[in-house]
Design a protein around this ligand. Sequence first.
Ligand code: ADP
Ligand code: MG
Length: 415
Amino acid sequence: MSHSEALKVNELSPELQVLTIRNRFLEIFEHDPLLIRSPGRINLIGEHTDYNEGFVMPAAIDRDLVFAIGWADESDATLYSVNHDEFVRFDVADPKKITKPFWANYLLGVARQFVDRGYPVKPFHCVVGGNVPTGAGLSSSAALECGFAFALNHLHSFNIPTLELIHIAQWAEHHFVGVKCGIMDQFASMMGKEEMAIVLDCRSLSYAYLPIDLKDYSIVLCDTMVKHSLADSAYNKRRQECETGISILKKSFPNIQSLRDVSLDMLEKHRDAFTEKVLNRCTYVVQENNRVLAAAEDLRIGDLESFGQKMYATHEGLSSQYEVSCAELDFLVNEAKKLHGVIGSRMMGGGFGGCTINIVLKNEIDSFISTLRDAYYKNFHHEMNSYVVAIKGGTSVISLSTDQIKGINISPTKQ
Ligand code: ADP
Ligand code: MG
């Protein structure tokens, strides 16, 4: 199969996507697989709060990776990515990091953790593919880790608790991929529920589902299609600046552990001990934690407009106090704000590129997207991409009806 054919899986409807992955598995391995799906995620509000032990409000979306997995009658395991059209074989007793292809490390790290935690992985075949855009901030990486952890657990009937699977997935990202992410992405991909936001306390990992009634509105993501090289170094710097803030406040409040324990009043009283930069960083985080809780209240009472105002406030804080935005993100939020039918917009994710998340009146979506796309191109000579997303359930087993299976005569090459 050629690369362009492989990529077509991105364009399939959810049902065709599942059938395609299953078909691909049958073609390659010639036996019947177990099917699992694992979604990407959005974060409605609560940005850069996770590593400060604060609050976030993610939700799983209707973009997933699909896994087909079954036992292998051989000594090694085999992985195949439909999107990449590449195979990887590895020794299930000793999964190791590899340099190429890099995508396999998300899965190899998960397998490593199973082995290290004493869950004996047996040889298997696995095909993965799907329509979570990669590198856009929708966490295709968490979908990959969570789906695979869930699939291995299910196939082997290990009965590993879901929270442990989430930690296994995060471990893979930290140690085999090298990204020191918080727990939010894996939590959201694994635990998402249809039409529910998750309010997650990143300290205790206690959480609550919050029904989201978007009424006449939809969630639209605008992808800047840029990733400025500052992203990684700035992320580490922000973590350090928050640490600096804590160590300053600890002199007066020895019991605090993180910015989670800090109030605006505490910052105000000790502002002279801070540089302006560190004060801004800390103020943003404390305000953002408060905003997540207030935004949860907005959703509870169905006040979408007030929720949207908080999204704008978050963006303002991320741009001017936390300084993780960029010209492209600021532009898209400012332009969105001017348009009819938009009640909230902000950058989503780590920053310096990726997507904005917008709440847009359903019948304004087309004009919203085309206006922003044109304005963006005019200003940056760069394409903007967009995704209209719905909130769906987290990682799960897919059961196909006999009719669906009989109807399968579909592969990406035959589309
Ligand atoms: P994000 O999580 O925002 O999408 P990341 O850079 O964290 O971006 O993760 C993207 C990476 O995940 C890809 O570069 C690829 O290595 C891996 N990945 C995502 N989807 C797939 C897939 N279907 N098959 C193989 N690898 C994938
Ligand atoms: Mg990622």
